[in-house]
Design a protein around this ligand. Sequence first.
Ligand SMILES: [Zn+2]
Length: 296
Amino acid sequence: MAERPPKIKVGAFEVAFLADGFWRNDGGCMFGVVPRDLWKHNHPPDEHNRIRLNLTCPLIVKGADAILVDTGIGNRLSSVERQIFDHGDGWLPEHLRALGMEAGDVTHLIVSHLHFDHCGGIVRRRNSGVLEAAFPRARIFVQKGELEIAGDPRNERLRAAYRHAAEVLAPVRSMLEAIDGDTDIVAGVRAVVTGGHTRDHQAVLVSDAAECFMHLADIVPTRSHIRGPWNQAYDLDVLRTMEQKAHYLGLAAEQRWWLSFAHDDTVFAAMVKNDRGRIVLGDTVPVSERLFQSFQ
Ligand SMILES: [Zn+2]
């Protein structure tokens, strides 16, 4: 029997930490201006300078509402791409099954932004090669600006970042709901625009009965990114990323919020503390190696 994904309680909500498996990406890209000598201890690079990363997708459940945040890479990559990123098959369906659920039970899907490692699992490739909606009953929420830029990349850099988007979005066109700015998805679950990583990048805030949880997606992708200057080379507006993460990390430390990290390979979620002006990790929800091994 597969190991069950870990859960936390946020008021009347339950948040389970699902993952689409481990993958690898260039360490330099993940830490921007931070020298390799500083990040290599907590994120040991392999012979291709790649570090191990996670694809964390929180599932927020209350009553009949099951709200998934992001979808990981999925199973649509070519064999060459799979090798580059060292990613196997998507594991979200198995993690849902371990919770006693199936893909059709997901009612809402909030996509932080349309980079391939967050939106690839919106679709699943069948054995025939055809791509179909991976969560056939879900309403899919994406920022209007993110959809516009992904559909009409203005320059070479954006074109590379969104080259997969048309293929991923085509099978789910009728399920997409473009939202414009901060939006309540259901009572207590809010999509919050942060910008920074992409112009219209959104995070997800759950609040109920004075308890809060936030998935900051690619604003704080690993536990190491809680440090101010540690940001991804991909960020289009790094100063905005720094400003947004300082704001939310400060609130989280003050009000004891849970935060989850999109790509940390050892910690799904954590509380943070202010230690003489520095944000540091408090309690954590660790990533169990067994959770992944049980699906290999
Ligand atoms: Zn990412």
